[in-house]
Design a protein around this ligand. Sequence first.
Ligand code: IVH
Length: 663
Amino acid sequence: MNKTEVKNRIQKLRLEIARLREEYHVKNTPNITDEVYDSLTRELKSLLKEYPKFMDINAPENRVAGKILEKFKKVKHQIRMLSLNDVFNQEELYDWEKRIKKLLPGNQKLNYFCEVKFDGLAVSLIYEKGKFVRGATRGDGFVGEDITQNLKMIKSIPLSLHTPHPDYIEVRGEALMSKKTLKELNKKNESEGKTLFANTRNAAAGSLRQLDSNLAKERNLDFYAYDIADISSGVVLKNHSDKHNFLKKLGFNVDQHDAICENLEEVISFIKKFEKIRPNFPYGTDGIVISVDDLNLQETLGVVGKAPRFMSAFKYPAERATTIVKDIKINVGRTGVVTPLALFEPTLVAGSTVSKATLHNMDQIERLDLRIGDTVVIEKAGDVIPKVVEVLPKLRTGKEKKFKMPEFCPACGSKIEKRGDLVASFCPNKKCGAKNERYLEHFVHVFEIYELGPKILQRFKDEGLITDASDIFILNKEDIAPLERFGEKSAENIIREIEEKKKIPLSRFLWALGILHVGEETARDLATNFGTLEKLEKATLEEINEIENIGPKVSESVYNFFRDKNHLAFIEKLKNNGVKIEKAEKQQMGKFFGLTFVLTGTLSTMSRELAKEKIIKMGGKVSGSVSTKTSFLVAGEEAGSKLKNAEKLGVKILSEEDFLKMI
Ligand code: IVH
């Protein structure tokens, strides 16, 4: 484009963006996807970056507040910020109770604490000697962002705690924007032509992620405390409900809609009661959090994966809407899975516009008997991905078209395959363009190279600057600057960011490799267990399979990945191109490392299953029978032949009390 063409394009983009905004905000009839709007805005921004002389202070894009996300300091949480497992109906609630009761001895009576599940932004607040010293976002649960300055702007976050207060306390809670404030803010934003927030959660998060804390102040946020993650010794708290009372005494807002329930029937009536209050509740909520009230039992039940076993989130039913399926498109994912994607007439559900949803596979399409042109019911709960739940065949006109899975990959033309007993279809071509594109996007996402969005990656591929992800690290300014729409400045930004991101922790590196079945969590488990990439590369299938949380399907995939010469060559290339993999702190070997336990008889404080889990967590092994290799036999009530055997072999015998002391 020459300069006049650029100027015209900028003008046209401005007009079109303004029109879309009006359609969305004022007429409330969005007939175009958010992506289109975003993409036009991105193009405008990038043109203005390159041709700053066409900037116009009064142009609409300059009234939208900018956000600079990457600049907050990262903070490591002393105690991991967990998430919650969801239950969606009474049956799942009873199943949860059954599961946890099985892990506890006898038929324990459990008291539950019920409270509102706020829909905002989870934050951690640290107080030393009663003073607020640091506040952070959840991040990935291990590392969050330091947003202390912004949190200080929230009036309901006490800067000093009421006395008597503990020397040290870490409070967890939710930063929120009330529905009323959101309405006012959106009204103001609308009149100023700014973007509207889809819901209170986005508004709270958006306000706290602004670098200018004055903005957070203007946004009038609130904070509700719901947990104490850590506290200096001296304060005795026996129940989750005591934590709430203690937080209240320290000066925190604690929601009043809570109750101690003696059984699940009472929990269910609490859920039903709040469901009536919910529409008029001042804040956005998406369910009820139910906790085992007794903190000792909480400790016994512990955590599995990302979530505590002693808590459950009951989610209120998702919102539904109807729309028309305009088309079904094929998507090729980074692992080669070919998935059909339904494209809809954009429709508003649960606070946001939905224009597409995955249909997963052909089986799903057949189960729904879904045809192109059908009217369908879509469902969405809060931030959950929308899905098609039902087709309305009565609304058919006869013009609907059946969908057939293509025989060949739409991106590379290879014959699509089905693997084993999996319902999914795959593109087997290792060099498939679409697969590689998705992989590149995944790779830069994990490496946190924000400058390289999908379009730029595609452009670099088209220009021959990169053929695989490792080429990213040998790009230089001179390659990028001459490209149309880039220039010196943006080339510099890209190169600077790539340089900064060359160093990567092992867990993220493993995640970035895109090993089938290895997501963020599994990558972290692999990293902490093996410590270095070299050790993992050399590990046997059995060694990988032994890791807690890793099953045979995953271990096989990991093992096979490192047996493929192409993968090893790719890793070498990454290293040669400057990627530095930081060693992971190997998980503490654990007190029980190298010890084998046998459990027998009935334990009075926990089930055998739970005792086994605790031993494994501490690095030990549990065996079913006593032998000379057994280090300890834990003998509960009515221990039988195993006890006799242990005595014969001279194996050390532990009473339940001894065992509890050890753990
Ligand atoms: S308890 C174990 N209580 O829900 C972590 N969480 O889905 C949960 N949330 O990240 C802590 N209201 O941001 C708890 N009353 C409440 C809550 C609550 C909202 C959020 C929290 C957490 C998310 C998990």
